[in-house]
Design a protein around this ligand. Sequence first.
Ligand code: SF4
Ligand code: SF4
Length: 111
Amino acid sequence: MSDEPRVYPPDTGWKDLAPGGIVPQAGNAECYSVAGWRLVHPVRDNEACIDCLFCWLYCPDSAILQEGGSVKGKPIDMVHCKGCGVCAAVCPKECIKMVPESEAAEQGQTG
Ligand code: SF4
Ligand code: SF4
């Protein structure tokens, strides 16, 4: 399949269009940064975290990093975090806060 985008003349019928919603290469999301999509930034309180791993399990972008069954003190992959807030919503201890990007940058939480 060609990587070149197709350009259709304006009178093209819908049956002549290529089907949409196709992922031509599976598993390539890790090659792309979604950091620019983010308006809010997850900040975890490591003291309050009980390492239940819900955030790691539910993050749709595998941006919560864990090692040896623990997320405490581990960075969040801010290249692949899009700021959806799922991690904060599922946390039973409410120890992940979504803060505005500008505030996170002021706190030195960049990435
Ligand atoms: S905000 Fe969304 S993408 Fe970012 S770490 Fe939380 S669940 Fe994952
Ligand atoms: S969901 Fe909350 S308590 Fe559970 S591991 Fe994540 S930050 Fe810690």
